[in-house]
Design a binder for this molecule. Structure first.
Ligand code: PFF
Length: 458
């Protein structure tokens, strides 16, 4: 087991898993989803999804990983029947596909960091909407930045679990929090900040539709890195004397807090600029924020570059966990050399991401790739819808069913006792089991069916 590596202690695991959870999902995606789904009401549903549905699934994933010390496919094969292996395989595939597009968006953040910090972007008085459109469709720039990002990711993963993943997350995460808090303080001093806060914090439940629930659920899975076995993989490096119950709670709280803070940072900034709409969609941070940085005068480029650097940090600790999943799969199943596997898999995923990169205007074919839900969708949206919005809740559903119902000899319960013997027989234990058996799968299943029905019968 020693040769497989592991986290140095419980804090190492918490840092790495929180690093995985906190990423573009929190800072880029969460605010625009809040913006598109009516503000605070979405926030309330999101919090419920995270604590009631996702937290139990996080425990299930971590327990499965630690018990088997394997990647998702190997893990399910070991303690479940062969058919369960398919759930693991779906997870590994989702990891590959999610990283393929995630790395492209991370490349945008990297590009903005370079352009604002060193390319004089803010001083040109540009229209940032047009700039963003031009930027994402410029294939040369995109190639460069996303190669850069994938190389960084691969270097960290090749460094191993403790010296690579754990060490870097412990450095990058605190820096991220400091930067966010700094930007919140600045944003709150601006005109319009209070309107931004009330949009974000005062719920208007009239905006809620069935789709809001699904969006919140899918976002909670994505943000907490659940449903594809990332935490099975990280769990496989956790020691037997570490309590995973407290760890999972801390990871969830850390992730939610940072998403919440990202909203506190962005909405005052957005509302201070009358020309920018809160529902600007995926371009929100790339379009809304540069305009604000520009108004800051001579410190603008510094603040702006810091923000996008922060976004890169957050993304990096997530891409690292996404890459670790297929890497652990290949090294466990085929007994390959870890370093070579890392470089091979990273290169492969980079190529898988090319159509996504081309789908933002560079290629007509990939930009108007398929038609569903009443409009043409680009390749990126398709991959995101299938491998993140659909596959993660579905994977989570099966993981909960497995841990709650199918894992033999009370495997799940017993795994929780390691590092937490006092749990046995407590109310907390009963609660956890009840949630994993009934609440998580039932609610995910219900939301899933309602949304699918809505798509077809709308
Ligand atoms: N949780 C990451 C984010 O919010 O940006 C994305 C992610 C990482 C999803 C790892 C899934 C995963 F396995």
């Amino acid at each position: 087991m020693a040769s497989r590596g592991g986290f140095s202690n419980r804090l190492g695991f918490i840092a790495a898993a929180a690093g995985s959870a906190v990423g573009l999902g929190n800072i880029w995606k969460f605010p625009y989803e809040v913006g598109e789904n009516g503000g605070a009401a979405f926030l309330v549903i999101y919090l419920a999804c995270a604590f009631l549905i996702c937290l139990p699934i996080m425990l299930a994933e971590t327990a499965i990983g630690r018990n088997t010390r394997l990647n998702p496919f190997g893990a399910f094969n070991k303690i479940g029947s062969r058919r369960w292996g398919l759930v693991g395989l779906m997870g590994v595939l989702s990891g590959v596909m999610i990283l393929s597009f995630y790395n492209v968006v991370a490349g945008w953040a990297f590009g903005y960091f370079i352009q604002i910090g060193f390319g004089g972007l803010l001083s040109e008085g540009v229209n940032y909407g047009d700039y963003f459109g031009g930027f994402v469709s410029d294939i040369t720039d995109n190639l460069l930045y996303s190669i850069g990002f994938m190389v960084l990711t691969a270097l960290i993963v090749a460094g191993g679990v403790q010296k690579g993943i754990e060490r870097w997350t412990k450095i990058l995460m605190p820096l991220l929090v400091v930067m966010i808090v700094g930007l919140i303080s600045y944003g709150l001093t601006l005109d319009g900040a209070m309107d931004g806060l009330s949009f974000y914090l005062v719920p208007d439940f009239s905006e809620i539709t069935a789709n809001t629930f699904y969006t919140a659920l899918a976002q909670a899975f994505f943000s907490l890195s659940l449903g594809m076995g990332a935490l099975i993989t990280y769990g496989s490096y956790v020691g037997k004397d570490d309590s995973i119950v407290g760890a999972a709670a801390l990871i969830t709280i850390a992730d939610i807090s940072i998403a919440f803070l990202a909203g506190l940072m962005i909405f005052p900034l957005v509302f201070s600029q009358p020309s920018i709409e809160a529902n600007a969609g995926p371009g929100l941070v790339f379009v809304a924020l540069p305009g604000i940085f520009e108004t800051m005068g001579s410190i603008g480029p510094f603040i702006g570059a810091s923000f996008f650097l922060l976004l890169c940090f957050a993304a990096l600790t997530s891409t690292v966990s996404l890459l670790e999943v297929p890497v652990a799969f290949v090294t466990d199943q085929f007994k390959t050399n870890r370093k070579k596997t890392v470089y091979f898999v990273a290169t492969f995923i980079f190529f898988v991401g090319l159509p996504t990169m081309l789908s933002q205007g560079a290629s007509d074919f990939f930009t108007n790739f398929v038609y569903y839900g009443g409009e043409d969708k680009d390749f990126f949206t398709l991959i995101e819808n299938v491998f993140s919005d659909l596959a993660l809740p579905l994977g989570g559903f099966f993981i909960a069913i497995f841990a709650g119902w199918s894992w033999k000899n009370k495997g799940f319960q017993k795994e929780l006792y390691f590092g937490n013997a006092a749990l046995e027989g407590t109310f907390l234990e009963k609660m956890i089991l009840f949630m994993v058996r009934f609440i998580s799968p039932f609610v995910v299943g219900a939301i899933f069916i309602i949304s699918v029905l809505q798509i077809f019968f709308n």
